[in-house]
Design a protein around this ligand. Structure first.
Ligand SMILES: Cc1cc2nc3c(=O)[nH]c(=O)nc-3n(C[C@H](O)[C@H](O)[C@H](O)COP(=O)(O)OP(=O)(O)OC[C@H]3O[C@@H](n4cnc5c(N)ncnc54)[C@H](O)[C@@H]3O)c2cc1C
Length: 386
């Protein structure tokens, strides 16, 4: 690791935040070129690996940094602030939350001992697969099945769609129905599946609108035989595990967006102070100043909602409505902030070489993954008794 072993009980947060600032030049080198190529920047993944970020919330016994969820979020927010490659940032949060988080909470001791140190060190890259070509919002309706065989193993059959890190991962958490008749009430399970397992294939990277360095793929399972010892937790725990993972995915993934919004806001303030039209800085025009104020309101509201919710999660209080609100508020504030930035930068905002239009393309994805805005609003409505 780039940072010396901790050797003290203090949080490593200030050191990591400083290290991210020091390494931002390397993290951002040619980020527009990498975006254009839509390739995964392995050499930058190496920097994240060296910093130890993949092990943020996991105990030191497993090679992690042992930070709590709020501190993990603060460090990921700093990553979003310093690193302009939002695809790399999302690959990093997926590495932490997709397998490591449920493994640590639900995994057997043998599974933890086997996989967690490799996840913390970045020796294995991780992905998780819930969405299918037939649907993502209706996760309970998934069609992928895992059938118990006479020998005690399971046969996985089905297709998963839009899987983040699919083309780069070697360890996958696959959600499948072990008893479809039970539906959400014990019908689903999670399997730890390694790349290269016979019957499991990964498609080509999928071209997309934004987050271009992030690699997504379709996964295919054809009579893929998995041992019962690869079930995470126990049979039937699939949907409770998914709910737990979504908490972490929203808090960690969108804390990164807060950092990205903060960086964009500061860039816009600077530009509005220096860009002159009609003899005055454009920021002196209320129309521009108000856009910047709205960006400030967006990032402040998102940050407060996310960290307040993290506090509730940490105290094990009911946070279902808070998480849904945090997800909607942050993802939509991010889109609006990116849209405002394009307008504030005028023609430069629209041209690829300034990196502003990329932010808008990236931000839009956040209203889709981790439960769309519509699904989050449905959740809030039902919690309001509607
Ligand atoms: C960048 C990115 C990364 C992703 N990474 C992963 C990953 O790692 N793993 C994974 O499993 N999936 C991943 N996904 C998939 C993502 O989770 C799904 O795209 C998402 O859940 C929506 O599912 P869908 O695309 O099937 O759309 P649908 O579910 O078909 O929805 C289409 C539209 O209808 C709306 N809609 C659906 N049902 C309702 C309803 N009841 N009420 C109102 N509106 C409704 C939706 O909000 C949406 O606007 C990723 C997606 C993106 C964009």
């Amino acid at each position: 690791m780039l940072l010396a072993n901790r050797g003290n009980p203090q949080s490593i947060q200030p050191d990591l935040v400083k290290a991210l600032a020091d390494l931002s030049g390397q993290l951002n080198e040619d980020h527009l070129v990498w975006d254009q190529r839509a390739e995964f920047p392995w050499h930058k993944w190496e920097i994240i690996k060296q910093l130890g970020l993949f092990g943020l919330p996991f105990p030191e016994d497993f090679g992690g940094l042992g930070e709590d969820i709020t501190t993990t979020m603060k460090i990921l927010e700093a990553l979003g602030y310093r690193c302009e490659d939002a695809g790399l940032n999302m690959a990093t949060s997926t590495q932490i939350v997709s397998v490591g988080v449920p493994l640590f909470r639900f995994g057997s001791e043998a599974q933890k001992q086997h996989y967690l140190p490799k996840i913390c060190s970045g020796e294995v890259a991780c992905a998780h697969a819930i969405t299918e070509p037939g649907g993502g919002s209706d996760a309970f309706g998934m069609a992928t099945t895992a059938q118990l065989r006479d020998n005690g193993n399971y046969l996985l059959n089905g297709t998963k769609a839009f899987i983040t890190n699919g083309p780069i991962a070697n360890l996958f958490a696959i959600y499948a129905m072990t008893n479809p008749s039970l539906g959400a009430l014990g019908g689903g399970s999670v399997f730890l599946v390694e790349q290269g397992t016979p019957g499991f294939s990964v498609g080509e990277p999928i071209p997309k609108m934004g987050l271009k360095t992030l690699q997504l793929a379709q996964l295919q399972f054809k009579d893929c035989e998995i041992g019962a010892n690869k079930i995470l937790g126990k049979v039937g725990l699939g949907f409770p595990i998914l709910e737990y993972v979504m908490k972490w995915e929203i808090l960690c993934g969108f804390a990164i967006n807060v950092g990205e919004m903060q960086r964009r806001l500061e860039k816009c303030i600077d530009y509005a102070k220096h860009r002159k039209q009609f003899g005055r800085p454009i920021g002196s025009y209320q129309a521009i100043a108000h856009k910047i104020v709205d960006m400030q309101i967006g990032v402040t509201t998102a940050r407060e909602q996310l960290y307040r919710t993290a506090g509730k999660v940490q105290r094990k209080e009911n946070s279902t409505i808070d998480l849904a609100i945090a997800k909607v508020v942050t993802s939509e504030a991010n889109v609006q902030s990116a849209l405002n930035a394009v307008q504030i930068f005028g023609g430069k905002g629209y041209m690829a070489e300034y990196g502003i239009e990329k932010e808008l393309r990236n931000a839009i994805a956040g209203t889709i993954y981790s439960g769309t805005s519509e699904i989050q609003r449905n959740k809030i409505a039902s919690l309001l008794g509607l």
